[in-house]
Ligand binder design. Structure first.
Ligand code: HEM
Length: 507
């Protein structure tokens, strides 16, 4: 008896919601230009039947047709695509629009509510706590680890160079950067947790690719549907491996700390090179382990989420950037020679930089790195959810809209960077920086939600790039025009970053 009135009530309630959505969201967004939309899919329909290799190129076509400010629809979720520096500034500089976009929800089962995705008071508390782990003094303490890992990397590259062929350098550098972030931030060398570091890298790459695949299919928002598919099952398998990996890292560090405590109590001198024995060293993991005993400050799930976050954010980002830098140097022999001359002048007969003072002296190398990050930013876009209405170019963008901030697009804006596809480190001379809008170059994002690890990244990359440039002459197999890209969250190369290394005479 009650069923019919109840059904009517549900229908009326649904119609009211639709009417409100049309009045408050749809009508405003449809004033903006943008691609054609279809029911259920929204504008993601454009990606229907597009292969994984072509997704980025399809997106670039859409951007080209509607730039610089346009709307898109992920199902019924409104999206605003932003790529002008003055528009980016409105969102990025704000302390209001710091909520991450819905896309990151697809990564929640992996990265949990760690710093990358967390929101509100939790994000604020984590950010405050972890800022201490990136203090200048702590970064200085990491130099020994960076140098040790760089030596291992150079030895491996020497073997590759002796073979005399082109090879994909990205996975080799990826393993080195994974080891660097694990050992420095967590006190655990990679060999203590796995004898196949490539597997960690491959698995996290597969996971981000699956997350993007799911995001482009709005009807897969429902977990039950997604996990019933082969892609969902693969996602679960990858997740299991990554959770086991982070659990091993935490267990290993806890064991080290327990052993150190016991030894201290028993008066046994701990080996000198053990990181936790150095007073100046306080790893990121130690900081969070310290508060993890108190569930109000940090639950077990938060601890795991933070470890996942730092492994993901801290390893592939620097690995991929360095590979792109070598690729660009291998395409630009004059710039490579200039970087080489600087490295020789600063390091003299040392093979690897060992101090922050030396790294700071490598000014040309820093400009090379910045220019590589301009052309190939690790995250070509990031997404925020607007938490209040915003006005851009006279359009009202309603609260709740997903703001897609196109970092890679502003980096190739010809008004900010004339001849934008040209690799020119001179763009980062102080007098040239001054001429540009402050939000025209944002590889680490900007504002309160910027990258916490940017100094760490630059120190680490400069250390091993300087060592590679000093030891080898680099040639790239493909030109930037030939190189095909993927953008499954992170900007990666299709078919690897292929280079040949020729050993230089020692100088
Ligand atoms: C070249 C290297 C790197 C680049 C280009 C880069 C870029 C970025 C960008 C663009 C964001 C903002 C993401 C967003 O708004 O959605 C970000 C956030 C973040 N990055 Fe990095 N990153 C790099 C290296 C690192 C390293 C080495 C670490 C840690 C050791 C790290 C840890 C983080 C964390 C934890 C966040 C989230 C910060 C927050 O939301 O408060 N990143 N990074």
């Amino acid at each position: 008896m009650l069923i019919i009135p109840l059904l009517c009530l549900v229908i009326v309630w649904y119609l009211v919601l639709c009417w409100k959505w049309k009045k408050n969201v749809f009508d405003y967004m449809e004033k903006l230009p943008g691609p054609k939309w279809y029911p259920i899919f929204g504008t993601t329909y454009a990606f229907k039947g597009v292969s994984r290799e072509e997704v980025l190129y399809k997106l670039l076509d859409i951007i080209q047709a509607h730039r610089p400010l346009f709307r898109s629809w992920n199902g019924t979720d409104a999206e605003i695509n932003i790529m002008k520096p003055e528009h980016l500034q409105v969102i990025m500089r704000s302390s209001t629009h710091i909520t991450k976009g819905k896309f990151y929800g697809t990564l929640l089962p992996w990265l949990g509510e760690g710093l990358f995705i967390s929101e509100g008071a939790k994000w604020f508390a984590q950010r405050k706590l972890l800022t201490a782990a990136f203090h200048f003094k702590i970064l200085e303490g990491f130099m020994d680890i960076f140098v040790g890992k760089t030596q291992v990397l150079i030895d491996e590259l020497e073997i590759k160079s002796a073979e005399g062929n082109f090879f994909n350098i990205a996975p080799i550098i990826g393993c080195a950067t994974l080891d660097m972030v694990l050992h420095s931030s967590m006190g655990v060398p990679v060999k203590a947790v796995t004898d196949d570091p490539q597997k960690y890298i491959r698995t996290s790459q597969d996971l981000t690719e699956l997350a993007v695949w799911r995001f482009l299919r709005p009807y897969l928002k429902w977990d039950t549907l997604f996990y019933a598919l082969p892609q969902g099952k693969k996602y679960r398998e990858n997740l299991k491996y990554l959770h086991e990996f982070s659990a091993k890292v935490i267990a290993c560090r806890k064991q080290q700390l327990e052993d150190a405590n016991r030894n201290r109590q028993e008066g046994i001198q701990v080996a000198k090179d053990e990181s936790f024995n150095k007073k100046k060293f306080l790893s990121f993991l130690d900081l969070i382990l310290d508060v993890s005993g108190d569930p109000c400050l940090m639950s077990d799930a938060d601890l795991h989420a933070l470890v996942h976050t730092f492994l993901f954010a801290g390893s592939e980002s620097t690995g991929i950037t360095s590979s792109w830098t070598l690729f660009l140097l291998g395409n630009n022999p004059d710039i490579q020679e200039k970087a080489y001359e600087e490295v020789v002048r600063v390091l003299k007969d040392k093979p690897i930089p060992t101090t922050l003072a030396e790294l700071n002296e490598l000014k040309y190398l820093e400009r090379v790195l910045k220019e590589s990050l301009r052309l190939y930013p690790v995250l070509p876009f990031v997404i925020r959810q607007l938490t209040e209405d915003v006005e851009l170019d006279g359009y009202k963008i309603p609260t709740g809209t997903q703001a897609i901030l196109h970092i890679a697009q502003v980096h190739r804006d010809p008004q900010q960077f004339p001849d934008p596809n040209k690799f020119d480190p001179g763009r980062f001379l102080p007098e040239n920086i001054k001429k540009r809008h402050p939000f025209s170059y944002i590889p680490f994002s900007a504002g309160p939600r910027n990258c916490i690890g940017q100094k760490f990244a630059i120190h680490e990359e400069k250390t091993f790039l300087a060592a590679i440039i000093k030891k080898f002459k680099i040639t790239s197999k493909e030109t930037p025009e030939e190189k095909r890209l993927f953008a499954h969250l992170v900007l990666r190369a299709q078919d690897g970053v292929n280079v040949k290394l020729e050993k230089r005479d020692d100088r």
